[in-house]
Design a protein around this ligand. Structure first.
Ligand SMILES: [Zn+2]
Length: 265
């Protein structure tokens, strides 16, 4: 199948017809894109950014339409693709926070898809399962690099980004992969993020506030030791009890998980 940016733009227009009005739709292919597809939008236009790898995964007009429906759900569930974050000292920390907050945006888009395109869920599910490849998301890390922990967290969050869909639809594909790989801790930790996201939706209906609460959840999550997580151990690198820069309700949720701590002091 030949898929070019015109096919993507016209499919998006078709999918968006009557829902996002008269906004212009453009598609851009970007080699540097870290995800397969991403979408930005204004009142005037919707721009779908896709990676060259994305083209290889599209094996039919049907899969293109399903993916564009998903992208439309991002437009429908967030006021903008932009994210406000504190100024972190390191780009690796910023990337890690973006990766974690994106889990929430992906969840919102999937929930919208499940509601709006219920009839298409089995086909989208089938496509999603076909391209899901967690092992390939873990690449080599520079052991001497100062931000190695954050780089590893970013890899973990990119796996979670795809796994969120299966957690929402009750498919155990990710749990089974973790089990076979002897790292059920990775699945358990995704459960923490999923629980936090559910709590955040209860705590606030305001999107900006929800992302703010996701920052708290991220700060707490980053207290897990990512190396030991991937070795099948669930350990905090230091105590979370004295944390003051996180939401107290989310902190209490994490304390309730009774996690062991390597440096309790
Ligand atoms: Zn998405």
């Amino acid at each position: 199948m030949r898929v070019d940016k015109y096919a993507i733009a016209s499919t998006m227009r078709e999918v968006a017809a009557g829902t996002v009005g008269r906004r212009r739709v453009r598609a851009i292919c970007e080699r540097s894109l870290s995800v397969l597809v991403g979408t930005t939008w204004t009142d005037e236009e919707i721009v779908v950014h896709f990676s060259p790898k994305f083209l290889a995964l599209l094996d039919s007009t049907e899969s293109l339409r399903l993916v564009m429906q998903h992208e439309l759900c991002h437009v429908l569930t967030a006021p903008s693709a932009n994210m406000t974050l504190p100024r972190f000292a390191s780009p690796a920390v910023t990337a890690t926070f973006v990766g974690y907050l994106d889990l929430f945006r992906e969840r919102l888009a999937h929930e919208e898809f499940l509601r709006r395109f219920a009839g298409d869920v089995p086909r989208f599910h089938e496509w999603h399962a076909r391209i899901f490849d967690p092992a390939n998301s873990f690449g080599p890390l520079d052991p001497a690099g100062p931000d190695i922990r954050y780089h590893l967290f970013s890899q973990i969050f990119s796996v979670y980004y795809d796994a969120v869909f299966f957690e929402l639809t009750g498919d155990d594909i990710f749990a089974r992969w973790c089990q076979e790989s002897n790292i059920m801790t990775l699945h358990r930790a995704l459960g923490f993020a999923m629980e936090d996201m559910a709590s955040i939706r209860q705590l606030s209906g305001n999107y900006a506030m929800q992302l703010e609460l996701m920052q708290s959840s991220c700060r707490l999550f980053l207290h897990l030791d990512p190396f030991r997580l991937l070795a099948g151990e669930m350990i905090l690198v230091r105590s979370i009890d004295e944390l003051t820069n996180v939401d107290a309700r989310l902190l209490a949720q994490w304390q309730g998980r009774s996690l062991a701590c390597s440096h309790p002091g």
